[in-house]
Design a protein around this ligand. Structure first.
Ligand code: PDD
Length: 291
């Protein structure tokens, strides 16, 4: 059996077996969810869009006023070593940094002597089965209960977790978050809409995570001359869409074909979504799998 998390993992400057990796119960990640994370897909042992992921990690660290424990070259070296040590060609690399462990519990930042906790591991890349992709998946809409800095990729994910669990209990793959009548994103994905041949994308604001896949979808649409409109998407526009897609580093581009129990468009994955999936695969194969 392949383990879910590969050995070794990285913790605070060391590579060690997962079973030997220990963190203080006073770690602020544990006490407060005071930390940040990234998830980087790896294809054929090459990290995909690594610079973009590490740039977003830095932006999130800046956003929560936490110094990066490693520089760019430091993270690259950690990631290369994790990839090399794992048994799979396609992987996902998880990175997490928390504000570390003080010797007491206090909401305010700990003294500078408390160093951040940096943790990273490799796991197999879990992809969507072709038969699921061919049919598309179901989603529900829920009210967005998150805080006002959803652009930061922080580990405090309780509102996302509750939304996602609601979806699971409804037999659905994703929960689409609605705030003030507008669609923001999914509990763990960005959402795109197609109407009359135009690809609609919500703008990057503080109420949406700037997805690495989202950026690539916009780049590919622009590169291939796909009509595109970046603007807030109302709940009504979502419900009357011809196509709805979810995007993320692990889901890539996945059609949502049922929304709140009703078919999206004709209830089948649409032509633009299939085209974008193909463009995405071509990009991956050109950039990643070559040489
Ligand atoms: N989630 N929006 C949210 C709220 C997310 O959690 C994610 C990704 C995305 C898509 O971002 P990207 O394209 O960079 O993966 C959008 C990751 C996969 C996770 O939480 O595990």
């Amino acid at each position: 059996m392949t383990p879910y998390v590969a050995d070794p993992v990285y913790l605070n400057g060391q590579f060690l077996p997962l079973a030997a990796a220990g963190i203080s119960p006073l770690d602020r990640g544990f006490l407060y969810g005071d930390g940040v994370y990234e998830l980087v897909p790896v294809y054929s042992r090459k990290a995909f869009r690594l610079d973009e992921h590490l740039t977003r990690l830095q932006a999130t660290l800046d956003g929560i006023k936490l110094a990066n424990p490693l520089d760019l070259a430091g993270w690259q070296a950690v990631i290369e070593k994790l990839i090399a040590g794992a048994p799979w060609d396609d992987q996902s690399i998880y990175l997490q940094v928390t504000r570390g462990a003080d010797n007491k519990r206090d909401h305010a930042f700990p003294p500078a002597s408390v160093t951040p906790t940096a943790f990273a591991f490799a796991a197999p890349l879990v992809t969507t089965a072709p038969e699921v992709r061919a049919k598309g998946v179901a989603a529900i809409t829920v009210s967005d209960q998150r805080w006002a800095r959803c652009d930061l990729k922080v580990i405090s994910l309780l509102a996302n977790i509750l939304a996602r669990q609601q979806a699971v209990e409804a037999g659905c793959a994703e929960a689409i978050l609605i705030r003030d009548g507008f669609m923001k994103e999914g509990a763990a994905s960005n959402i795109f809409v197609v109407k009359n041949g135009v690809l609609l994308a919500p703008p990057k604001t503080q109420l949406m995570l700037p997805g690495i896949t989202y950026d690539l979808v916009l780049e590919l649409a622009t590169c291939y001359g796909q009509p595109l409109k970046v603007a807030e998407i109302s709940e009504n526009e979502l419900r009357s869409a011809d196509e709805v897609w979810m995007t993320s580093s692990t889901k890539e581009i996945l059609a949502i074909t049922t929304l709140d129990g009703k078919p999206v468009g004709n209830g089948k994955p649409g032509p633009l979504g299939e085209q974008m999936f193909q463009w995405y695969q071509d990009f991956k194969n050109t950039v990643m799998r070559k040489g």
